[in-house]
Write a protein that binds this ligand. Structure first.
Ligand code: SAM
Length: 216
């Protein structure tokens, strides 16, 4: 059926195009060993992040939701040696492990972790007049629309905003939890698609990726 075709297509994309080198597979193994949940981006989504950062030429990247640094390495790979990554993470132990993985991958001097609830960290970044040219939203789903608002406030003209899991079709959890996530993402995608300051598209890779560009 349709879901089966979608799963086969994703397997094909992950295997042929996905980021699956030793650095990244070691991160996944380490995440498992340290007991973190297996919710890093898919290999294909990771590769998409590297390419979007590289194609856009972004040099100041903000990530919301670090976990063990898998997507962090993918983002850092796209930004080149002058790029910097700021990553917001609620759980201190996760941020420490992510930092360790970024150091091992050679990006230690380019990444800064800010620990705490992302909404508070974002508020501080706005007050400090920090600006970014690429955003990756991948933390608690309930706050996606709030994160989007902050990203727009923190965006340079032409900045790219990417959000993961916006299809909400292959998530885990009870049917009720899935239904709720579906509603959240439906609303998020509508907000992005109809936003007067954004151009946007939806890419059905992994669990769904929404890509927007802040109009100049
Ligand atoms: N982007 C990561 C990757 O692909 O490697 C995966 C991120 S995981 C799906 C979501 C992360 O968001 C978790 O590490 C979780 O601790 C973090 N998180 C959840 N709620 C948060 C909040 N309010 N503020 C900041 N981080 C939060």
């Amino acid at each position: 059926d349709g879901l089966d075709v979608f799963r086969r297509l994703n397997r094909y994309m992950n295997e042929l195009f996905g980021s699956q080198d030793e650095v990244l597979t070691n991160i996944l193994r380490s995440i498992e060993v340290h007991g973190l949940p297996p919710i890093s981006v898919s290999p294909a989504t990771g590769k998409l992040l590297t390419m979007l950062v590289a194609i856009s030429g972004a040099k100041r990247v903000l990530e919301i939701g670090a976990l063990g640094g898998y997507s962090g390495v993918c983002l850092a790979r796209g930004m080149g040696p002058e790029g910097t990554l700021t990553s917001l993470e609620l759980v201190e132990d996760y941020a420490r492990l992510a930092q360790h993985h970024l150091e091992k991958a050679g990006f230690g001097s380019q990444v800064t972790y800010i620990i705490g609830p992302a909404l508070e960290s974002l508020k501080t970044l706005v007050m400090d007049r920090q600006y970014f040219d690429f955003f990756f939203i991948d933390a608690d789903k309930d706050n996606y629309v709030n994160y989007l608002d902050y990203c727009i406030q923190l965006a340079e003209p032409g900045a790219i905003i990417v959000a993961d899991n916006t299809l909400a079709g292959s998530g885990i959890g009870s049917p009720r939890a899935l239904e709720r996530r579906g509603e959240i993402m439906k609303q998020f995608n509508e907000t992005v698609a109809l936003h007067p300051q954004l151009d946007a598209m939806f890419i059905p890779i992994g669990d769904g990726v929404t890509v927007a560009r802040v109009k100049e």
